[in-house]
Write a protein that binds this ligand. Structure first.
Ligand SMILES: [Zn+2]
Length: 177
């Protein structure tokens, strides 16, 4: 684990996921109140108190964050619409049942669609590969300093070299010696 001042952090020009040469930059948003980290392409979605870090990633692991965000909005909207449709269908179906009529195809159809959209939501809302490799554990001193877990040991070593002056390896096994 690494403790670093957000403003002073310099990310190496290698990809945190695969270690390949990295030219594109992906933004990692640090939102203290919302807890989990989110990546956005631009700062326009950031609220008060959010900070961001630019991490270099290779072409392969670069994700256009705009697309991801659009996918999330679309997914949430679709699920919302389907849930209201489901309510309407349930009302109709209970009316049909009380009149002794067979239930229309609408209800099972909406249930299936809702299931599909839930699966898509799970896929789209899970953390990206970059978020798994550069994981923000917490903050201190307001959010001046951030605690990072860098999963790739080679990347961590290069990161430490680049940030000799202001990064601190918070690993008591290493430091205790
Ligand atoms: Zn990569």
């Amino acid at each position: 684990m690494v403790r670093i001042d957000i403003d002073k952090a310099r990310f190496p020009h290698i990809c945190p996921v695969c270690g390949g040469s990295a030219k594109r930059r992906s933004r990692i948003m640090v939102a203290p109140r919302e807890g989990p980290v989110r990546t956005y392409k631009g700062a326009r979605l950031s609220g008060p108190g959010t900070r961001s870090m630019l991490v270099y990633v290779c072409d392969e692991h670069y994700q256009p964050d705009d697309e991801r965000e659009r996918g999330k909005c679309l997914c949430a909207a679709t699920t919302g619409i389907l849930i209201s449709l489901l309510l309407v269908e349930v009302i109709f179906a209970s009316g049909d049942l009380s009149l002794g009529r067979p239930v229309s195809i609408g209800l099972p159809l909406v249930i299936v669609l809702l299931g599909v959209s839930m699966i898509l939501a799970i896929l789209i809302f899970r953390p990206s590969e970059l978020e798994m490799y550069v994981k923000i554990i917490g903050f201190d001193l307001g959010i001046t300093c951030v605690w990072l877990r860098l999963r790739n040991p080679e990347y961590r070593d290069v990161f430490m070299e680049e940030n000799l002056m202001h990064a601190e390896l918070v690993n008591w096994i290493r430091r205790g010696i």
